[in-house]
Design a protein around this ligand. Sequence first.
Ligand SMILES: Nc1ncnc2c1ncn2[C@@H]1O[C@H](COP(=O)(O)OP(=O)(O)O)[C@@H](O)[C@H]1O
Ligand SMILES: [Mg+2]
Length: 165
Amino acid sequence: MTSATPSLFDARSRLDPLGHYPVRAGHDVIVARAGVRRHASLMGFDRVPTAELVIVASELAANVLRHGAGGWLDVERRDDPTHGAALVLTARDFGPPFVDFERALRDRSTDKGTIPPDAIYGRPGIGGGLGAVKRFCDAVGTESLSDGKRVRAVRFLRGARREGR
Ligand SMILES: Nc1ncnc2c1ncn2[C@@H]1O[C@H](COP(=O)(O)OP(=O)(O)O)[C@@H](O)[C@H]1O
Ligand SMILES: [Mg+2]
């Protein structure tokens, strides 16, 4: 479930808001990270999954700044009848759509293709942010909007990720 999965953005699935973090400058990423750490830990995520969710938040928020012309990060809780509680991170930005989201999820890749080894040095990122998001979450997807997009990552509190992979 790594593409623009309809259920990931299904308006009928109930999300309880936990935090809303504007992302307009570098320090906003730090504030969002701290918020996600607090919410994940309050929800009952252990230390390691909490640290992984902080990385997810960091990468999504950094992408909002770097590729998305600013926006925000929403932190929500979803209670799924089958899989139980999940933390849902949604990065909203006002930048251009992904050319190819599946490519963007690959390590050392932009949304257009692989980054040549020579180009990795001196580049602000190594094209591994969304790869980390994919590894640390149970589902990740994107939804295009008329004025930008959302990228959403979901991590269940118990088991789903480890059973499914
Ligand atoms: N919010 C975004 N808006 C548009 N394109 C994005 C966004 N986030 C990521 N991308 C695209 O996906 C690619 C991979 O993202 P990522 O894995 O975070 O690597 P990096 O940010 O280091 O390039 C980016 O190079 C960019 O092409
Ligand atoms: Mg990135």
